[in-house]
Design a protein around this ligand. Structure first.
Ligand code: UDP
Length: 327
């Protein structure tokens, strides 16, 4: 069976990807420095046949050279993520996102091992369009706003992936992941859904940033990892960029109301100005919806769940976590 290397495999999406690959009988090796990932995310995979993990940074080149050699394909998910982390630690964000990708691509290119690079819908920045498609312009704010260093670093990653494909014939696929949700996602670094669900279950105020009219679409993590597994095995995807996401849109205020209703919570919904939530002059995106026609046409991708279905599962998971914390 094929062997996958997942960088950032102890993160939210990485751990679901590891699980999905193991279920298909793949062998999986994870490397993670636990900077935002957690060993708890892969606890249940330890001891499964074909699973192994290393706690180290992707910047450890000799180690990475060995891991890349052992793998058939590489899912490069290690990155600084979460708006809060990015605003608070821009040096870490830029270094992690750019240097780690350089190491992965350079090592993979020696042996022509296919690399899937996870990018983000953040790269579209402030683009004002109903749906974002892969060939659209990327519209970032000024460098005085830390938020944009995340998008800028991921854009460099995308250029690198494309350049390695063009110049060195390294098979690379870029996936622009839109807001993704599911069990094990932490609310520590931003991430609105786990934050609202936990606030509601604990009876704490539900914190809507800004006026709550900003809109997002949320995708089930299982759909995202499924798409990644299909894309890395699809030669027609090499050298290409794909959106992966969902088209059911909701405003953040409506999301707060929905979470409150579905949890049966008495929590109050409060509005927090962006300046207080993040930093002065913070710029948020009013909307962010993917055009999914490209990924649909190539691999028949379709989101499998409604927002309510996803929230029901996440609420059940978070309730269980709270119960476990209490005992
Ligand atoms: N948000 C919020 N309350 C929170 C966390 C986030 O209102 O406690 C808002 C955030 O300002 C953004 C949206 O929810 O408009 C989605 O935020 P997230 O960090 O999940 O992802 P983003 O779309 O910003 O990458």
């Amino acid at each position: 069976m094929p062997r996958a290397l997942i960088t950032g495999g102890a993160g939210f999406i990485g751990s679901h990807l590891a699980e999905a690959l193991l279920e298909r009988g793949w062998r999986v090796e994870v490397i993670d420095d636990l900077s935002t990932g957690s060993i708890r995310n892969i606890e249940h995979l330890k001891g499964r046949p074909g699973f192994s993990y290393v706690l180290d940074t992707v910047m450890n080149r000799p180690l990475m050279a060995e891991l890349v050699d052992r793998a058939d394909v590489i899912f490069h998910l290690a990155a600084a993520v979460g708006v809060r982390l990015i605003v608070e630690a821009p040096v870490h964000t830029i270094e992690t996102n750019i240097k780690a990708t350089e190491v992965v691509l350079e090592l993979a290119a020696r042996k022509k091992k296919p690399v899937l690079l996870s990018s983000t819908s953040e790269v579209y920045g402030k683009l004002n369009k109903e749906k974002f498609s892969e060939e659209d312009d990327l519209v970032l704010g000024p460098t005085s706003r830390s938020r944009w260093c995340y998008a800028a670093s991921k854009i460099i990653d995308e250029f690198l992936a494309k350049a390695y494909w063009k110049e060195r014939k390294l098979p690379t696929v870029v996936v622009r992941v839109f807001n993704t949700i599911g069990p094990r996602q932490t609310g520590q670094y931003g991430m609105v859904v786990p934050r609202f669900v936990r606030q509601a279950l604990r009876g704490e105020p539900i914190t809507v940033y800004g006026d709550g009219t900003q809109r997002r679409s949320f995708t089930w993590v299982g759909d995202v990892v499924e798409a990644m597994i299909r894309l890395i095995q699809e030669p027609r995807a090499y050298g290409e960029v794909f959106n992966v996401g969902h088209t059911e849109e909701i405003s953040i205020y409506e999301l707060a109301c929905l979470v409150k209703e579905m949890t049966g919570s008495d929590s109050e919904i409060v509005f927090v100005p962006y300046d207080r939530a993040y930093e002065e002059g913070f710029e948020d995106m009013p909307r962010r919806l993917p055009d999914l026609s490209k990924i649909q046409a190539l691999i028949g991708y379709r989101p499998t769940m409604t927002l309510r279905e996803m929230l029901a599962r996440i609420i059940a998971y978070e309730r269980e976590q709270l119960r476990l914390e209490a005992v």
